[in-house]
Design a protein around this ligand. Structure first.
Ligand code: HEC
Length: 177
């Protein structure tokens, strides 16, 4: 079983907690003149700061590092207009070998010749693509993955070409292509 929250998710949680800690620190500072007035705010600030530190600790110790950003809600539910047939997989495979294999590897296992120079390294798409909805995969292919070497392809590849790639990647992962 993998840890249910990603490092990036925990970083966001830590940010919110730190903002809360800052608010209480400010309250404590404003109440400093009153007898004992700052105490409770200081305890709250300390508690939130501690939780933020804990979230970051967990984030970097055990949570998986998943840089793929969330996709817009509508993109996730987009359906693939390209039929799920061998012709689509073959077309997708040709586009893939030409544009993607250099990083993602000939079988999309994250072991292309350029992969070793990248940080983060490309994941094994045979494992990762089936974890996501086709619309999400299409979105990342189209718009790229921020913070990684993954480029956006919407200006290079037509929409049907990108959907063929999606068909190919799912067929490859399920052993059909
Ligand atoms: C310059 C290297 C490079 C090229 C070329 C490239 N990618 Fe990527 N790709 C990456 C990296 C790095 C990531 C981020 C790590 C990850 O998610 O695998 C990524 C992420 C992805 C993801 C998100 C995977 C997930 O579930 O997290 C998909 C899908 C993908 N690439 C498909 C493609 C396709 C299809 C092509 C060709 C049209 C392509 N990539 C070309 C480097 C590259």
């Amino acid at each position: 079983m993998t840890f249910p929250v990603s490092r990036q998710g925990l970083e966001q949680i830590a940010l919110v907690l730190l903002a809360g800690a800052a608010v209480f620190a400010l309250l404590a500072w404003r109440a400093r003149a009153r007898e004992g007035g700052a105490r409770r705010s200081l305890i709250s600030a300390g508690a939130l700061g501690g939780l933020a530190a804990l979230a970051l600790l967990v984030g970097y110790a055990v949570a998986p590092n998943i840089p793929t950003p969330p996709v817009p809600l509508t993109a996730r539910f987009a359906t693939n207009p390209v039929p799920d047939i061998k012709e689509s997989w073959d077309a997708g495979r040709a586009t893939y070998q030409k544009n993607c294999a250099i990083c993602h590897g000939p079988q999309a296992q994250g072991d292309g010749p350029a992969a070793f120079t990248l940080n983060p390294r490309p994941f094994n798409l045979q494992i990762h693509v089936p974890l996501h909805a086709p619309g999400e995969t299409f979105y990342w292919i189209s718009d790229g993955v921020a913070g990684t070497a993954m480029p956006a392809w919407k200006d290079t590849l037509s929409e049907p070409e990108r959907w063929q790639l999606v068909r190919f990647l799912y067929a490859l992962a399920s052993g059909r292509a």
